[in-house]
Design a protein around this ligand. Structure first.
Ligand SMILES: Nc1ncnc2c1ncn2[C@@H]1O[C@H](COP(=O)(O)OP(=O)(O)O)[C@@H](O)[C@H]1O
Ligand SMILES: [Mg+2]
Length: 302
């Protein structure tokens, strides 16, 4: 594998398994497992509400919420803007497999998120490697779900808000400061820890849910997050700062890679002397393709 390439880690299960390896982060992650009828049954009766997500999904697509209702006598299924009630577990499972088909899905403990105007809200936190190569939290925004939706994603009609404006109803200024500090520490810890498992990371967009006790929950970690939403941030300089960090890191890796793969010299001398040929081969790393053009990084989004 070429370790210089900036790689997007798509698998939500791989990322959540890596987070679970850090005891200090595991406590902030909802329990997550692969989709199967046994896991669905066990998780549903343990947590009473679950999110069921495509393993490599983005933008809130294909996400289904299920829960126990009527004192556990029925099951509620919510997707997009519709909801259905089922009386039998088999009916619920059958309906889910209709949506899921052959795709790989996961099951996650559902968090009863704080709301804004009765709609669920969560936070998007950006952490990036800065120009000194240290991890830095570069921005935070709140997202509020569209009416009747169970996901807050901008691409599913969610709206973007300044964090203070949606959280001030839940916390006084001191508590808000304390919470933001905790979020920053957790975000930096998440980046440093995940970077050990996925060495090519240069930025993360972390989706954080908050429950009624203001406990932060890591809902998902994006490895190539959309920076465009930060154009809506009150600080108009944030977006260009984020982009300059990305450009710096991409350029740095591109340069580093080309240094590792110098243009090969002619072997004329070595050809005449078999021992010299061996030494030349040892001294020079194997040829590899030209460095990747960095533009896709700026276009692809989660
Ligand atoms: N475990 C959960 N509990 C509560 N809400 C969740 C949970 N997981 C996801 N959500 C909601 O669904 C949205 C999309 O889920 P996410 O895992 O971020 O998938 P995607 O990659 O499609 O954005 C989240 O931003 C959040 O609003
Ligand atoms: Mg997300």
């Amino acid at each position: 594998m070429n370790t210089m390439r900036i790689r997007r880690v798509r698998s939500k299960l791989k990322k959540s398994a890596a987070i679970d390896k850090h005891a200090g982060l595991k406590v902030f992650q909802p329990e997550t497992t692969s989709f199967s009828p046994e896991n669905l049954y066990q998780m549903l009766y343990k947590h009473t509400m679950l999110y069921i997500k495509p393993e490599g999904g983005t933008g809130g697509a294909g996400i289904i919420r299920v829960g126990l209702i009527n004192h556990s006598a029925s099951y509620l299924l919510q997707k997009d803007t519709f909801s259905e009630r089922w009386d039998q577990f088999d009916q619920l499972y059958g309906r889910l497999t209709h949506f899921i088909g052959k795709k790989k899905y996961l099951i996650q403990q559902g968090i009863h998120l704080l709301t804004h105007n009765k709609r669920p809200l969560d936070l998007r936190i950006m952490v990036q490697r800065n120009k000194g190569d240290a991890w830095e939290m570069t921005g935070m925004l709140a997202r509020v779900a569209a009416p009747r939706k169970v996901v807050t994603n901008y691409h599913r009609g969610g709206t973007l808000h300044q964090v203070d404006s949606v959280l001030k109803q839940y916390a006084d200024p001191n508590r808000l400061q304390e919470l933001k500090k905790q979020l920053e520490q957790n975000a930096l810890l998440t980046a440093k820890h995940l970077n050990k498992h996925f060495p090519t990371l240069i930025e993360l967009g972390i989706d954080i849910g908050l429950d009624k006790q203001l406990k932060p929950w890591i809902l998902e970690v994006n490895t190539q997050p959309d920076k465009n939403i930060f154009r809506f941030h009150a600080n108009k300089k944030l977006y260009s700062k984020m982009m300059s960090y990305v450009r710096y890191q991409v350029l740095k890796r591109t340069i580093k890679k080309s240094q590792f793969n110098p243009v090969p010299q002619p072997l004329s001398k070595a050809k005449l002397n078999p021992t010299a040929a061996k030494n030349v081969a040892r001294a020079r790393p194997a040829l590899s393709p030209a460095p990747p053009v960095p533009t896709p990084l700026l276009i692809r989004k989660d």
